[in-house]
Ligand binder design. Structure first.
Ligand SMILES: [Zn+2]
Ligand SMILES: [Zn+2]
Length: 190
C-alpha cells in the first residue's frame, strides 16, 4: 500500500513460506521511546536499532536467532563523565500464534511477525549494570571532587602510611583520655 508507513520490524510470513525453512532478515528501525535502565544507562529515543536475524519456520511457529544492536549512552558510575557505545545482544527466541510472556515466547499473527518487542527486550537486558568510561577509571576524589583521571589532585591517600600509624593510635589514646567521663554522675543523688 503506497503511502502507508510500514514498521521496519514487521516481517511478512507469506514471504517466509515462499522461501521455505530458513530466511535471513536485516531490519533497521528507529526507537520511538528511550529504554532506560535503573542506572545511568539508556538507549536514547530516536536511536537506530538493528535486527540481524535468521528466521526458521517450523510447525508451531518461527524461531528467530541472531543479533540485535543499537547505540547506548550513559554516565560513568565512578567519574560521572558521559559515555556511549554500541550494544550488541544475541537473541534466540520463538514466535508462536498465541505466544505469551508466561510461555517464554512472542506472539505472532497468521501473516505477520513483529520483531520490535524482542528487539526492545534484548537491548534493555544488554544495557550495562555498571557503566564505566573505561575498566580502570580512577573516579572522583572523595575529598576534593577532582576527576582523578585528569591527574593527581594532591589529596592525601586515605590509606594510613605505616610510619605514621603508631602516631595515629597515640593521638587516639590522648583524645579518649581527655574525654569527660560521661558514664559517671555528678555525685548528687536526686
Ligand atoms: Zn569514569
Ligand atoms: Zn582530591
Amino acid at each position: 500500500m503506497v503511502g502507508v508507513r510500514t514498521d521496519p520490524f514487521d516481517v511478512t510470513l507469506a514471504d517466509l513460506r515462499v522461501h521455505r525453512g530458513s530466511r535471513h532478515v536485516l531490519r533497521r528501525g528507529e526507537l520511538t521511546e528511550a529504554l532506560v535502565a535503573d542506572v545511568d544507562a539508556r538507549v536514547p529515543a530516536g536511536a537506530q536499532a538493528v535486527a540481524d536475524v535468521e528466521l526458521d519456520a517450523f510447525g508451531g511457529g518461527v524461531s528467530v536467532h541472531g543479533t540485535v544492536s543499537s547505540p547506548w549512552e550513559g554516565e560513568c558510575r565512578r567519574c560521572l563523565s558521559s559515555i556511549d557505545g554500541e550494544l550488541v545482544a544475541e537473541v534466540r527466541e520463538v514466535f508462536r500464534r498465541g505466544g505469551s510472556e508466561e510461555e517464554g515466547t512472542y506472539s505472532m499473527g497468521d501473516e505477520h511477525l513483529n520483531l520490535r518487542e524482542m528487539v526492545l527486550d534484548a537491548l534493555f537486558a544488554a544495557l550495562p549494570l555498571l557503566p564505566l568510561c573505561r575498566e580502570d577509571c580512577a573516579g572522583i576524589c572523595p575529598r576534593c571532587g577532582a576527576d582523578r583521571n585528569q591527574g593527581d589532585c594532591g589529596c592525601e591517600e586515605v590509606v594510613i602510611d605505616p610510619r605514621w600509624s603508631g602516631l595515629e593510635i597515640l593521638r587516639g589514646e590522648v583524645v579518649s583520655s581527655q574525654r569527660p567521663c560521661a558514664g559517671e554522675g555528678t555525685g548528687q543523688e536526686p
